[in-house]
Design a protein around this ligand. Structure first.
Ligand SMILES: [Zn+2]
Length: 329
């Protein structure tokens, strides 16, 4: 089952989180693979999107924000767009669009930053907005201060966290066909349990960026985690291997209904209403041309099919409903 674990390093201004997405990640891949137009993601894109899903889950959980967090990469290469959306309750969905094919060993830059024009955007959209309020958006490039393309998504996001939250953050991300996982280590300006609630950043904090010995030691340990370990080992083993010398307090993992899980708002009923709203003439002309109506959800890739009989039934049902509606009025 997909899980999110939180922990504090006792007496130190450092906290951590580890996420492992299994069933959630499989569902995202299954929906895409079932799409007859696009088919399954090529491996390099799958692994990039999985890293994004893990990272966005960690970031949403980290900021305790009452609204959706969207992490997207607008690419200038074969991958035009990759998007993950995570709700405050950690339900999430993800998709990516690819034009053409990818080399088998394609890296981040080959996919989304061929001419250094790729961008990564993090959008926070509050649930309740005052009139005219726009979502908050932060955009970071996919190159470093010297203009060199960055090859790890974790590095791009570490830059973002430092810029936007003024906090040192270490991310280790990995994904394959069955697991999307991430480890986040963050230095916070205050010590102890208050760290879990998030905190206001003081001015003293700016002086401490990159200088806290405890954070640097724990960050180095985190960075020693190998891809195969993050993907293949269970959470207890990972935390013990990395931090066995560091006293830590762990919290109940978030899982099941309280944990990260797949959810998309699309449904067959919703697509059916859309077809009815097109009108019978339009629907019939699609059927004449293609033999059926096929609608894909642009946010998860799943396709809904309506054959001629299904479609005729939709309009019969709609007519019956509107008649009974008329009688009632
Ligand atoms: Zn969907």
């Amino acid at each position: 089952m997909s899980q999110l674990h939180k922990f504090l390093f006792d007496g130190l201004p450092v906290r951590g989180m580890l996420v492992k997405l299994t069933d959630t990640w499989s569902e995202i891949l299954r929906r895409r693979a079932s799409n007859t137009e696009h088919g399954a993601y090529p491996d390099p894109l799958r692994d990039m999107l999985g890293q994004m899903v893990a990272a966005a889950t960690l970031m949403q959980s980290n900021i305790k924000f009452d609204g959706s967090l969207t992490l997207q990469i607008m690419g200038d290469g074969p991958v035009k767009l990759a998007v993950v959306e995570v709700q405050p309750d950690l339900s999430l969905r993800a998709t990516a669009s690819l034009i053409g094919t990818l080399p088998a060993q394609a890296g981040l830059a080959d996919m989304v930053n061929v001419s250094n024009q790729g961008r990564c955007a993090i959008t926070l959209d509050p649930k309740t907005k005052f009139p005219g309020q726009q979502p908050y958006q932060g955009v970071v490039p996919l190159f470093d201060d010297q203009g060199q393309a960055i090859h790890q998504l974790s590095e791009v996001l570490e830059h973002y966290m430092l810029q936007s939250e003024q906090l040192d953050t270490t991310l280790v991300l990995a994904a394959d066909a069955s697991v999307a996982a991430g480890l986040l280590i963050q230095r916070l300006p205050i010590q102890g349990a208050g760290n879990l609630e998030g905190s206001r950043v003081s001015r003293d904090n700016e002086d401490a960026i990159g200088r806290d010995e405890d954070y640097r030691r724990i960050s180095l340990l985190a960075k020693s985690l190998k891809r195969e370990e993050l993907l293949g080992l269970d959470v207890d083993t990972i935390l013990h291997r990395l931090f066995w010398e560091e006293p830590m307090t762990r919290f109940e993992p978030l899982q099941g209904e309280n944990g990260p899980r797949f959810a998309c708002s699309c449904s067959r009923a919703r697509v059916a209403r859309m077809i009815v709203s097109l009108g019978a003439d339009e629907a019939n002309s699609v059927i004449e041309e293609r033999g059926q109506i096929e609608v894909a959800c642009e946010f998860c890739g799943v396709q809904y099919h309506f054959d001629p009989v299904d479609t005729a039934q939709l309009f019969v049902d709609a007519a019956r409903q509107s008649q009974s509606g008329n009688t009632a009025h």
